[in-house]
Design a protein around this ligand. Structure first.
Ligand code: PLP
Length: 407
């Protein structure tokens, strides 16, 4: 099939013009710093949109997560329950503070943290006081249940809503559930500042702490006076101008992404595949459209550390074959985020499935057990090109090339 002349991306920035107005205003008024009107404005409108009292604009979502881990009081050696199927930025900040991520397996219903496995983890490690939960691809799992379990065990919840801005569960927005909540304005997110992030909280004292820590922890004194370790994590007023220009387009981006999801769902319905699930009660932001191949339609696929092989079979396919086909027409798909417990850097960390200690079952997994739900989704699933600037015709061609894989 003819490749696209212009690459169709997984998810790329979409500018509208207003961004330049606010960037120019920052320039013209000389607020080329980490203070200014754009920062003030987004710290007002974004928490309002999400339904949280306070927001602190930071240099990245990862910086917000680091601040959250500090707020949660994680000390060296403390175990922290973490989403397993997520981007590494969710868990890296735990390790910045010397914490030890304990990975909690995923549920099929939402592709997010399995509440049953979380309950199991509290049985095994009752001392744990912090739970770090990400919303994968813009979909929320049963977050009320996750919060309920955490509260029962007196644990603090950090919500990584980096991928889920604008999504909600039972009418409550992502970024308003946890004790400390984080969003991201990275270039591939649903709205962007090229980079940037925000910490959200309902507690003024918490917001003030983050303001202080993120600007080198200066005390209120005539000279540079320090009682705590500080960070240079504040957002630039220029970046905030881009974010400010993007905020009014959040809903538009979500509806475009929703159309993309629904077109894939319709276009792929005759194949032995399913779209990423939308659990009851969740209104996703449809950031990425994904698919998963039915078990009996999977051809043999072997993934090493950095390479993959597969054997073509009639009527079947595998993520490797489909990703190659998508790439062959100059479009960008991506494997499902490889679970953290399988990352070489975290391989010695505990991993808890709904049946208990998942590490004890590694051999069973190799023998073909699907107890390790995260790895099963990784093996059978993939992220589809989900750029909101993709045309219907381009998407039809991608759908067609996926069909060819099953011939
Ligand atoms: C993008 C992302 C982050 C990190 O955000 P940055 O702004 O790039 O630092 C954190 N967690 C998840 C789940 C993400 O997808």
């Amino acid at each position: 099939m003819e490749p696209f002349e212009k690459k169709v991306w997984l998810s790329s920035p979409t500018m509208h013009g207003d961004e330049m107005k606010w960037v120019k205003e920052a320039y013209d008024t000389n607020w080329m710093s980490t203070v200014g009107a754009n920062i003030n404005e987004i710290e007002k409108i974004i928490p309002e949109k999400i339904g949280c009292k306070y927001g602190v604009a930071l240099s990245a979502g990862t910086a917000a997560l680091h601040m959250a881990v500090k707020l949660a009081g994680v000390k060296p050696g403390d175990k922290v329950f973490c989403s397993d199927m997520t981007f590494s930025a969710t868990v890296n900040p735990v390790t910045y503070e010397g914490g030890v991520p304990v990975f909690i397996d995923t549920e099929y219903e939402s592709w997010n943290m399995d509440p049953v496995a979380l309950e199991k983890a509290f049985e095994i490690y009752p001392e744990v006081k912090v739970v770090m939960v990400a919303h994968l691809y813009g979909t929320l799992g049963n977050f009320e249940k996750i919060i309920e379990i955490a509260k029962k065990h007196n644990a603090v919840v950090i919500e990584d809503a980096a991928e889920a801005l604008g999504a909600s569960y039972n009418g409550k927005r992502a970024g308003s559930f946890g004790d400390f909540n984080c969003i991201s304005f990275n270039g591939n997110k649903i709205i962007t500042g090229t980079c940037g992030g925000m910490l959200l909280t309902d507690d003024l004292e918490t917001a003030n702490k983050v303001r202080k820590w993120s600007t080198q922890a200066r005390e209120n004194a005539p000279w540079y006076q320090h009682e705590e370790i500080g960070y240079n994590y504040r957002m630039s007023n220029v970046i905030a101008g881009i974010v400010r220009g993007q905020v009014p387009y959040l809903e538009e981006h979500i509806s475009q992404k929703k159309e993309i999801y629904e077109r894939y769902q319709e276009g792929l319905k005759d194949l032995p595949v399913k779209m990423n699930p939308i659990p009851e009660g969740c209104t996703p932001n449809y950031w990425l459209s994904c698919m998963i191949i039915d078990k009996d339609a999977m051809e043999k696929q072997v993934r090493g550390e950095k390479e993959a092989l597969y054997i073509s079979e009639k009527g079947k396919s595998c993520p490797t074959e489909i990703l190659e086909a998508i790439s062959s027409i100059n479009a960008e798909g991506r494997p499902i985020w490889k679970p953290m417990h399988m990352q070489p850097i975290f391989r010695n960390h505990p991993f808890v499935t709904r049946n208990g200690n998942g590490r004890a079952r590694t051999n069973a997994y190799i023998a073909g057990s699907v107890e390790d739900i995260g790895m099963d989704i990784f093996n059978r699933g993939l992220c589809l090109p989900s750029d909101n600037k993709m045309t219907k015709e381009e998407q039809d061609r991608i759908i067609e090339v996926i069909h060819q894989c099953f011939n």
